[in-house]
Design a protein around this ligand. Structure first.
Ligand code: SAM
Ligand code: FES
Length: 347
């Protein structure tokens, strides 16, 4: 019965609300066929290769006040920092030597980093490492700014849509933020020519099968190159500090479903997944993910980019994270490769 549902989703690259409800409520044993199929599909496109991205968390200043986020502007307990250009370039140098060929610059929406500063940084990184891809994840900007970053050499952009449901979006964000604007940003990024990633947290307060259905339909229509999903994890100094954490099982099922809907998508097994279970990232790969994003930020600031509580890898040097990840992937029969890890178009 469940196997038929899984086959149908794979064949149609679409999912009905009923089938989604069924897959999210099925027993753990019954659901094994979903994860197996998703892994098979990922293997067909990307083989046993796992792509790594070096994550540089370069500022935790943010003008936004997302209710779930540990670095929201109202969090007085967050110790703020910014990396200098030299520090960021030194993360890249270190990362390159460790075999990273994609750097991800992530941060809060920090007005200190003007478009001029971001463009100068992009140019320097691309000049120093022409064989590397550069991903930005710095939030909502005007289309002109996105265009300027692209012209300066940025290749990819990650902007999780967070939820595609209007009422749910309002529950997660203050009134001044808008889902319509966030979705428009994603369309602008695609139009400019970026490889684009959207995504959402699993188990965020107010999430239901219906809001997840909206998410999957939004993703299907957008046809992004990447989808970032990970469990919601409460951060004690936010309004959601006492909410429940998203579950491993729900995250794995959604990873598998996304793999079936978008067979070629770049799908990370996130740090948040590794935070809620010691083997979370391995299980994510086994459920159809094909990307991991070890941290390249200097150890001195690692424990300040605290989006959620108990974040892992906050004391390890980049090299330790890199080789730890390699061992973890080899342990389940996969290989971390030295490669930009671009989206593979259908030939
Ligand atoms: N400012 C950029 C943006 O808005 O896209 C990038 C930084 S933002 C911190 C990156 C992602 O972290 C968000 O898209 C959100 O999904 C995730 N995140 C924030 N708080 C979280 C939490 N408490 N648990 C899990 N993920 C969280
Ligand atoms: Fe801005 Fe989280 S509220 S990065």
């Amino acid at each position: 019965m469940l196997r038929e549902v899984v086959d149908r989703i794979q064949k149609e690259q679409n999912i009905s609300r009923e089938d989604l409800a069924l897959l999210l409520t099925a027993g753990d044993e019954e659901i094994a066929c979903l994860k197996e199929k998703a892994r098979e599909v990922a293997d067909e496109v990307y083989g046993k290769q796992i792509f790594i991205r070096g994550l540089i968390e370069f500022t935790n200043y943010c003008k936004n006040d997302c209710l779930y986020c540990g670095i929201r502007r109202s969090n007085r307990c967050a110790e703020r920092y910014r990396l200098s250009e030299e520090e960021i370039l030194s993360c890249c140098e270190n990362g390159y030597a460790l075999g990273f060929r994609t750097f991800v610059l992530q941060g809060g929406e920090d007005s200190y980093f003007t478009d001029e500063k971001i463009c100068a940084l992009i140019r320097k990184i691309k000049a120093g490492y022409p064989d590397c891809a550069l991903t930005l994840s710095i939030g909502e900007k005007e289309k002109d700014s996105y265009q300027a970053y692209f012209d300066a050499g940025a290749d990819r952009y990650l902007l999780r849509h967070e939820t595609a449901d209007e009422a749910h979006y309002r529950r997660l964000h203050p009134a001044e933020m808008s889902l319509v604007h966030r979705k428009q940003c994603l369309r602008n990024l695609k139009e400019i020519g970026y490889q684009v990633g959207c995504g959402f947290m699993v188990g965020s307060p107010g999430q239901t099968v219906d809001t997840l259905y909206e998410d999957l339909q939004f993703i299907r229509k957008l046809q992004p190159h990447m989808v970032g999903i990970g469990p919601f994890i409460p951060q004690k100094d936010t309004p959601f500090g006492a909410e429940k954490v998203g579950t491993l099982e729900m995250t794995l099922r959604l990873l598998s479903i996304i793999r079936l809907l978008l067979p070629r998508v770049l799908l990370p097994a996130t740090t948040a997944l590794g935070t809620i279970h010691p083997l979370g990232r391995e299980k994510g790969i086994q459920a159809g993910a094909n990307v991991v994003m070890p941290n390249l930020s200097p150890v001195a600031v690692r424990d300040k980019y605290l989006l959620y509580d108990n974040k892992i890898c906050t004391v390890d040097e980049a090299a330790e994270c890199r080789y730890c990840m390699q061992r973890r992937m080899e342990g389940i029969g996969y290989q971390v490769v030295v490669d930009r890890g671009d989206y593979r178009e259908q030939r």
